[in-house]
Write a protein that binds this ligand. Structure first.
Ligand code: CO
Ligand code: CO
Ligand code: CO
Length: 321
């Protein structure tokens, strides 16, 4: 969140990742072999089905640990809930979340709930990583390939679902994508030469790519035709009322540093679409990219090369071809 950058920077010799780098988790070394990763995420429902919402919220909260190359271990619920709603709804949310925590191998050890005017749900998650195997968004180098592990467009899809302009059964792929953990994607990073990683959430593909490029002091070239999008999203984004509010904010904030060639407007817009529980964006030396993509596919992850890292150059940060 931008406001965090105005806080004084915290310094400690064992603090490996703090708030100044726009990573979404903090990393603190507790021994030569172990660092703790800590993160939290919560938001109002983005789908009607409470069980599914719980799954997505958990996958999203766990993702920041996976993006740093870690294994989530402990989790705590964060709940805002209106009294008027039946507790069955809350039970379903928690059941969905627990299922994903089990899949992640993380233990739910507590939490806190307050009465609220609308449902909010999320988790704080604690994970572990070897201090030398932390992947931040600062390590990308010119010559690296960029790999993305989920298609984009779920922001437009959930906003159309909410407005009743899309049926759940026509959004199956996007819903499954949001509830899928980044666990398998993360598991290939350890020894595959990945130099930097982030997960794609509210700032959209270009926003999180921008943070990585700035943090790494490099520029990115993204080939739009290689970025997979959910086909429904390409249709839905043409209608302004289907665009999430933050899509326009992302464009306004990022566009000054994005150069884009003549690409189709719906596709261009989706590059800014805010994602929930999006995929991982990894940078890896070009010579290793094919192998990483193969290993992702072996583990059932939808990974593909979408561009490359080039030397830093003033006047732009990301070029979209
Ligand atoms: Co993140
Ligand atoms: Co986050
Ligand atoms: Co309490």
């Amino acid at each position: 969140m931008q406001v965090l950058h105005q806080l004084p920077h915290v310094k400690d010799k064992d603090l490996l990742v703090g708030i100044e780098t726009a990573d979404d988790a903090g990393v603190y070394k507790i021994s030569e072999d172990v660092a703790v990763i800590t993160t939290l995420d919560f938001f109002p429902p983005i789908v009607d089905d409470p069980y599914f919402f719980g799954q997505i919220a958990a996958a999203n909260a766990l993702s920041d640990v996976y993006a740093m190359g870690g294994s989530p271990r402990l989790a705590m619920n964060i709940v805002g809930f209106p009294k008027a709603l039946g507790l069955d709804v809350l039970n379903d949310i928690l059941r969905g979340s627990m299922e994903k925590l089990n899949e992640a191998g993380a233990l739910l050890v507590g939490g806190h709930s307050i009465e609220d005017s609308e449902i909010k749900y999320g988790l704080s998650v604690t994970g572990f990583v070897h201090p030398k195997k932390v992947t931040t968004n600062r390590g990308a180098r010119a010559g690296d390939a960029l790999i993305l592990t989920k298609p984009i467009g779920v922001g437009v899809i959930t906003s159309a679902l909410k407005a009743g302009r899309l049926k759940s059964r026509d959004a199956g792929d996007a819903l499954a994508s949001m509830s899928a953990l980044n666990k398998n994607a993360s598991s290939v990073m350890g020894d595959s030469g990945v130099t930097a990683c982030t997960d794609i959430t509210g700032y959209g593909l270009l926003g999180h790519a921008m943070e990585m490029a700035v943090g790494s002091k490099v520029n990115f070239v993204i080939r739009s035709k290689d970025v997979r999008v959910f086909p429904e999203a390409l249709k839905l984004v043409k209608r302004k009322s289907n665009r999430p509010r933050n899509l326009a904010r992302n464009i306004e904030y990022l566009a000054p540093n994005v150069r884009s060639a003549d690409i189709d407007e719906p596709l261009r817009l989706l590059l800014y679409d805010p994602q929930t529980s999006g995929g991982l964006l990894m940078a890896v030396p070009a010579g290793k990219a094919t192998r990483v993509v193969e290993r992702l596919h072996d583990r059932g992850v939808f990974g593909f090369v979408i561009g490359e890292v080039v030397e830093e150059e003033a006047g732009w940060r990301i070029r979209v071809e």
